[in-house]
Design a protein around this ligand. Structure first.
Ligand code: PMP
Length: 287
């Protein structure tokens, strides 16, 4: 079934949606995005995504196409029009098109940003069988740019990382810089030692995950210890458990890192419990 998507003020069938070949998102990866999950027809952590979007725009000196209330309305309308019960909403804003190609930013007075949104229907997102199996991870060098805190559409290296993992018979890759794990290709990375959850501290080196913030809050509320510090692959291989977090996969247990099984090679109790708590609590505040 054809989706109804949103492009610059209009809802239309996906086959009719177009963006200029001069759009800077296409030519320069000059764009930012957010992915919000939908459970029970409601948006999870929308406000967090809206706040991060505003920050990404500000850091890149890019205009917002509309205010955040309007963005919320469009999200809700797309959920309704596409009858999404469980799934994702993808939103992308680019610096738009001034009808040519130039490295310099166009004048924001005359070039409006492009806003595109579409839904991805994913029945069974919360009850994902992959979370029961756990993910196998490889490590690769982190060769991305230095502003990973901005959620840009420059996703070529993360895509290559996923392909390297797939080729190695694994599910995902963790990125390593100066001997320490930064994050996963599309998620934040954690290890668990006893009652302590360890994850890299926030900086320009990683994306400030909306799911990360919620999970760390819930972990503290559940009397777990949280240490925000860097860890190496060898420390991770010797940990009791590991997991990743993201808006689309929630809390995903990790069962193998570079061929070394963690614990008994099945999802650990802390990751499983945090996944349950995250889903329960997020549903309570979904809008
Ligand atoms: N790091 C990277 C590189 C990501 O792409 C993502 C997902 N967009 C995350 C972390 C997790 O962020 P969030 O919990 O906001 O989805």
């Amino acid at each position: 079934m054809s989706r109804t998507v949103y492009v610059n003020g209009s809802y239309m069938p996906e086959e009719e949606a177009t963006v200029s070949i001069f759009d800077r998102g296409f030519l320069m990866a000059d764009g930012v995005y957010e992915v919000t999950s939908v459970l029970g027809g409601k948006l999870i952590a929308f406000e967090g995504h809206a706040v991060r979007l505003e920050r990404s725009l500000k850091e890149l000196d890019m205009q917002a196409p509309c205010d955040m209330d309007e963005l919320l309305d469009i999200h809700r309308e797309l959920v309704k029009l596409n009858e999404i019960d469980e799934g994702l909403i993808y939103m992308q804003i680019t610096r738009g098109s001034d009808g040519d190609r130039d490295f310099a930013f166009p004048d924001p007075e005359t070039t409006r940003p492009t806003l595109v949104m579409f839904t991805q229907n994913k029945p069974g997102l919360a009850d994902n069988p992959a979370a029961k199996k756990g993910a196998k991870i490889i490590s690769i060098e982190d060769i991305r740019w230095g502003r990973r805190d901005i959620k840009t559409v420059q996703l070529l290296y993360p895509s290559m990382g996923k392909m390297m993992a797939k080729k190695a018979g694994c599910d995902d890759a963790w990125l390593v810089e100066d001997g320490m794990v930064t994050e996963g290709t599309s998620n934040n990375a954690y290890i668990v030692k006893g009652n302590t959850i360890i994850t890299r501290a926030l900086s320009n080196d990683i994306l400030h995950g909306i799911t990360r913030a919620a999970v760390l809050r819930y972990a503290k509320e559940a009397q777990m210890q949280v240490e925000e510090r860097s860890f190496s692959i060898s420390e991770a291989q010797g940990a009791d458990e590991a997991f990743t977090t993201s808006a689309s996969a929630f809390v995903m247990p990790v069962v193998e890192i570079d061929g070394a099984s963690l614990g008994d090679g099945t999802p650990g109790p802390v990751a499983k419990r945090l996944r349950e708590i995250y889903l329960e609590e997020s549903l309570k505040t979904a809008i």
